[in-house]
Write a protein that binds this ligand. Structure first.
Ligand code: PEP
Ligand code: CO
Length: 507
């Protein structure tokens, strides 16, 4: 039972186990379920590294946004299954991402993180994954031109299911039901049955993540994303752009460079490196029972890793210092994101950095600023100043989505203009503080949905009803996502060229 290198759980069923294997037990906890089943957890490892931490130490901390499952027996069974399932990612991959992010922290690369607000169990098909991957890759090529630096690609995909909610209950036509918390917890349908947290959904989430990741790996590594294909996609995209003056220079540069690369004969046949595209996955570390069951020890180093995704982030509603979500994340060695919203003080941020990145390593921690275009210029500088003053190595990334959500005609939406304004302010703040605007974090899809207003096609509030498909927050559609990439590439180029920000948009 205990001889599995990656294993960390021993499920006692009254059997007797004898072993000659020598290992150090750093912690042992025993729990008895309501049905009388005993679970013994032996945390083993060559070195524990993180003081007083185990994959389940979060359970002794207060926590918010944690679902209450009525069927505890089922919950235990599902968690037992998950403990035994293969990891979705490997420690080495998470480490590779950490190294790439260390380059971002040193201003040598730029981070693009994005995808659905919430993935859905019911919209899971090849087309969706393909469209997302293609648009995301195109965005990264556009940003590479703007930044003249490598772009680190991290999708909100293959596990982005659990959602924090501002209200525990939802009211419709006088009927009140528990809020929807993402497909991995309960159902979107507005009826009593569907809103009950169901542990079996965790297994469905795991399997869907595995299938999505499998296809993404095939796209990224199987030659689909090689330089020749990107050349074709980019030219088609550039040609389809409306003749907007502000994009002319960039359009020409992309087209010329892609042609140049092609003419030079830099093809995948002579350089196999071009056949592979690094792509990483991420999601919010919200459903801690699931994350705990997917946590494995890396036998080579004795370090613990979340194996549900390469990168996890802590949401703005669950980032309390002494609470469960911070406790879980401090012990895993994956790169971690931390959402920073208007209620975060500089002192609290510094304390969180101490806990989450005690070794002050670049690439470990990405601070994802999400203030809203109206308050970013007031709220962000003091945080940046405190972090700079204390010499903390972090990445600053901009989430221009979550502070800009409004409701129009009964639809949650965001205007393209406010999204761009927030990114522009983000760049300006970093420019005046001398810090590095290292990335963007957006909610987007490769489909032609109508969830955010504005953009080149000037979607109006009336258009929202046409194709409003999101399960949670409004996403940029393919065209809006590419337009955003073009604008951000302009910001990046401006700050690179002149050292001052002219900014291509005059909002
Ligand atoms: C999210 O990223 O989907 C989210 C809920 O963000 P935040 O925690 O910043 O509100
Ligand atoms: Co969201």
């Amino acid at each position: 039972m205990i001889d599995r290198e990656e294993g960390l759980s021993l499920i006692g069923r009254g059997d007797f186990y004898e072993t000659n294997i020598k290992f150090a037990i750093f912690s042992c906890s025993i729990s008895v379920s309501e049905s009388g089943k005993v679970r013994i957890f032996l945390e083993k490892g060559r070195s524990s590294m993180i003081e007083n931490w185990t994959p389940r130490s979060w359970r002794s901390k207060p926590g918010t946004q944690i679902p209450t499952y009525p069927d505890l027996q089922k919950l235990i069974e599902v968690e037992e299954h998950l403990y035994r399932y293969p990891p979705l990612i490997f420690a080495d991959e998470a480490l590779k991402l950490r190294k790439e992010l260390a380059d971002v922290a040193e201003r040598k690369a730029f981070l693009l993180q994005g995808g659905d607000c919430a993935e859905s169990f019911y919209e899971h098909d090849t087309g969706m994954i393909y469209d997302f991957f293609r648009v995301f890759l195109q965005m990264s090529v556009i940003l590479t031109f703007g930044a003249a630096k490598p772009v680190v690609r991290v999708g909100r995909i293959a596990g982005q299911f659990a959602k924090p909610r501002s209200k525990n209950m939802e009211m419709r036509d006088g009927v009140e039901l528990p809020a929807y918390r993402g497909d991995i917890i309960n159902g979107l349908e507005f009826n009593v049955e569907s809103r009950i947290p169901d542990p079996e959904r965790m297994e469905v989430g795991y399997r869907q993540s595995a299938a999505t990741l499998n296809l993404l790996r095939a796209f990224a590594l199987g030659g689909y994303a090689n330089i020749e294909n990107i050349h074709k996609w980019m030219l088609a995209f550039v040609e389809s752009l409306p003749l907007e003056k502000r994009y002319e220079t960039l359009k020409c540069r992309i087209a010329e460079t892609m042609d140049f690369i092609h003419v030079l004969g830099v093809t995948s046949k002579i350089n196999s490196g071009f056949q592979e595209t690094a792509f990483f996955t991420s999601h919010e570390a919200l459903l801690l029972g699931y994350e705990e069951a997917m946590t494995r020890i890396d036998s080579a180093t004795g370090h613990w890793y979340a194996t549900s995704a390469h990168m996890l982030w802590i949401g703005d509603r669950t980032r309390q210092l002494d609470h469960a979500h911070v406790e879980y994340c401090r012990g895993i060695q994956n790169p971690i994101g931390l959402k920073c919203g208007p209620s975060l003080s500089s002192d609290d941020l510094l304390r969180l950095i101490d806990v989450l990145n005690p070794e002050n390593e670049g690439g470990r921690l990405t601070l994802i600023a999400r203030f809203g275009y109206k308050s970013i210029e007031e709220s962000l500088p003091k945080l940046v100043r405190a972090v700079e003053r204390e010499g903390r190595k972090v990445i600053w990334s901009c989430d221009p989505m979550h502070g800009n959500t409004i409701t129009e005609n009964g639809y949650k939406t965001r205007s393209f203009d406010s999204i761009i304004r927030e990114i522009k302010s983000f760049f300006m703040v970093h420019h005046s503080e001398g810090s590095y605007p290292g990335g963007i974090h957006i909610e987007m899809t490769g489909k032609n949905v109508t969830e955010c207003t504005g953009g080149l096609h000037d979607l109006s509030v009336k258009d929202l009803a046409l194709r409003y498909h999101t399960h949670c927050d409004p996403r940029l559609n393919a065209s809006q996502a590419l337009e955003l990439a073009l604008l951000v590439a302009g910001f990046l180029k401006d700050s690179r060229d002149s050292g001052s920000l002219r900014m291509v948009v005059n909002n």
